[in-house]
Design a protein around this ligand. Structure first.
Ligand SMILES: Cc1cc2nc3c(=O)[nH]c(=O)nc-3n(C[C@H](O)[C@H](O)[C@H](O)COP(=O)(O)OP(=O)(O)OC[C@H]3O[C@@H](n4cnc5c(N)ncnc54)[C@H](O)[C@@H]3O)c2cc1C
Length: 581
């Protein structure tokens, strides 16, 4: 079955969702909801997935983008948690998404000669045992750690200050373009028969004999209201979990939001290939290498304002610069910052006595059937999305709907064995990259960039270029991307608006110093032809994107969250939300 997420596929999905009774309807198109849709669809169930904005537009496009066990959980002696996350890392790197999840080396600078090397070295050795050795899948995994002397550290990280460390330990984790993985999860789910629609907001619920029997939703593209009937409804709405429960007149999980900010600086301002992990008062700071830039983050502060547009203030950006500058030879300044992005961590609060009917609380995520027919999940982390997805589908199905045989076994999750779209054949194409480069007149670097974004789905992109060689040219204002990627974003990756392309299908909104504004018009012109936009709509798309960039820049100059949010809210929504029913 095709995995394409085109506008026509979306329209058909909505029509079928309103006509059929689904086995499972998932609300929320972040990594958890997309994972749950894939989990349920691959068990042979009929599945719908709805997201109120673009795929991954919530927290799941705004993470540190690490697929990791978390060294700090090891320090808390939470071995089970680290083991689980490292197992998932091994699966993703080795089998499920080798095209998207890539090993990355990190330097852990040491400040004290003997005890710190021994203490941290033992911890990282254990990390390797839990992940690097036991977490290998199909012989694939990440390399093992190594100790570096002060001299060796200077060689691999010449930008570190002389007095920043007496040596280091180099260990490996993995990184992922978070928005892309979500989109690929949705596509893989669609390939297994799931019906998926973005820009579809759940505004109310259907009830039969006291049981949740589906939802009322609004297609925000047309304003049309629809009802979607389902035997099991799953809420995977991250920091919106409390609102979702209110919508269903249910109580169970309480989720608070904590803000995390990242900045991006150009690759050339810090020399070296390895990432760096630094301890901070509260947690850790990562300096993470990407092909054209470094991502530096993150912060951790409570966020009690509206959840739709969290933004960074000047205080956040300055904090990150100060922390990084503690170890960098050439201090970074505001002028070095090309991009900024901000996300909200869904933090679970303890469940009250009178809370959920069925609750399984783990250190990382919680699943609860909060009303018959409605199961919600929140917390956790990106790395363990597959486990979360499996747990929520298991619990939803255990809450039998009328007509379901209470003794029939629940089909088991298969996702551990299921490569995501683009994974199969990725390594073969990687071996042919010189040939692909020659055939299209590209550099090998460009082909690598494409393979690491599309895997074997690159064939579909190349077919577009073969049919229209002009699409093989770089996108204006974005030399690392080709024009075909904009077309493919619309025809296969579910992009409906300009900001979907500039912010999540590409990451121009934080990778480029102009935040993608120079690409806005050329990208909108390519999209207009495919989406049938008239001139007025095309101009509105461009103006809305430019206003968003301007508002975010204004916010980043504000001293605190309240003034930053006020500045951000000056920009209009391309598709405003509907009122809840
Ligand atoms: C700063 C930061 C750094 C992080 N770094 C890492 C990391 O490096 N590694 C890691 O493993 N984890 C990391 N995490 C954690 C990880 O990003 C999150 O746990 C994960 O992305 C949460 O995904 P989710 O699907 O649960 O929520 P979301 O991605 O927020 O998805 C919920 C979705 O529900 C939708 N929704 C809400 N209400 C409705 C409605 N009524 N109708 C339809 N749709 C609705 C929203 O629009 C949203 O898209 C980080 C988090 C933050 C904030």
């Amino acid at each position: 079955m095709s995995t394409a997420l085109s506008p026509e596929v979306r329209t058909r999905a909505l029509a079928r969702m309103s006509a059929d009774v689904l086995d499972v309807l998932v609300i929320g198109g972040g990594v958890t909801g997309a994972g749950a849709a894939l989990d349920a669809a691959s068990r042979g169930l009929t599945v719908g997935l709805v997201e109120q904005r673009d795929w991954a537009s919530g927290t799941s496009s705004r993470a540190s983008k690490l697929v990791h066990g978390g060294l700090r959980y090891l320090e808390m002696l939470d071995f089970a948690l680290v083991r689980e996350a490292l197992h998932e890392r091994g699966l993703l790197v080795g089998r499920l998404a080798p095209h998207l999840v890539h090993p990355v080396p990190f330097l852990y600078p040491l400040r004290h000669r003997v005890w710190e090397r021994a203490y941290t070295g033992a911890g990282i050795a254990l990390y390797d045992v839990l992940g690097g050795l036991l977490g290998r899948v199909g012989g694939q995994g990440v390399p093992l750690h190594r100790h570096l002397s002060k001299k060796a550290l200077r060689r691999v990280a010449p930008s570190l200050r002389e007095d920043a460390a007496v040596g280091a330990i180099r260990y490996w984790d993995a990184k992922v373009d978070d928005a892309r993985l979500v989109q690929v999860l949705v596509r893989t789910a669609v390939g297994h028969g799931a019906l998926a629609a973005s820009r579809t907001q759940v505004v109310g619920y259907l009830e039969e004999d006291g049981r949740v029997a589906g939802v009322r939703a609004v297609d925000l593209e047309t304003g049309r209201e629809l009802t979607i009937r389902a035997r099991h409804v799953v809420g995977a709405t991250g920091v919106w979990t409390d609102q979702t429960q209110e919508l269903f007149r249910a109580q169970g999980l309480t989720v608070r939001a904590s803000k995390g900010v990242h900045i991006a600086v150009p690759r050339e301002v810090i020399a070296g290939e390895d990432g760096i992990i630094l301890r901070t008062e509260k947690s850790v700071l990562f300096i993470i290498p990407w092909p054209t830039h470094w991502v530096i983050g993150t912060t951790d502060t409570p966020w009690d304002l509206a959840k739709d547009h969290p933004v960074a203030s000047a205080a956040d950006v300055d904090y990150l610069l100060e922390r990084a500058n503690e170890v960098l030879e050439r201090p970074l300044s505001r002028d070095d910052v090309v991009g900024v992005y901000t996300g909200l961590r869904p933090l679970l609060q303890p469940v009250g006595e009178e809370g959920a009917a069925t609750t399984k609380v783990s250190r990382e995520h919680t699943v609860a059937t909060v009303r018959p027919g409605l199961t919600v999940i929140a917390g956790g982390k990106y790395t363990t999305y597959r486990v979360m997805a499996r747990d929520v589908v298991d619990m939803a199905l255990a809450d039998r709907a009328p007509g379901e045989d209470p003794d029939a076994p629940v089909p088991a999750s298969l996702t551990e064995e299921l490569p995501l779209a683009g994974a199969d054949g990725y390594r073969v194409r990687w071996n042919r990259k010189a040939h692909l480069a020659r055939a299209h007149g590209w550099t090998e670097t460009r082909v690598e960039h494409l393979l690491d974004r599309y895997g074997s789905l690159v064939d579909e992109l190349l077919a577009l270029v073969d049919a229209d060689p002009d699409l093989g040219r770089p996108l204006e204002g974005a030399p690392d991307y080709v024009r075909a990627e904009v077309v493919y974003a619309v025809t296969a990756e579910g992009a409906l608006h300009l900001e979907d392309v500039l912010t999540r299908r590409t990451r121009l909104s934080y990778e480029q110093a102009d935040r993608g504004t120079a690409s806005a018009r050329p990208a909108a012109e390519l999209m207009a032809r495919l989406l049938g936009w008239d001139d007025a709509q095309r101009e509105r798309e461009i103006a809305t994107y430019l206003a968003r960039v301007e508002a975010e820049r204004a916010a980043e100059a504000m001293p605190d969250d309240t003034s930053a949010e006020r500045a951000r809210l000056q920009a209009p929504e391309i598709r405003p939300f509907a009122a809840s029913a």
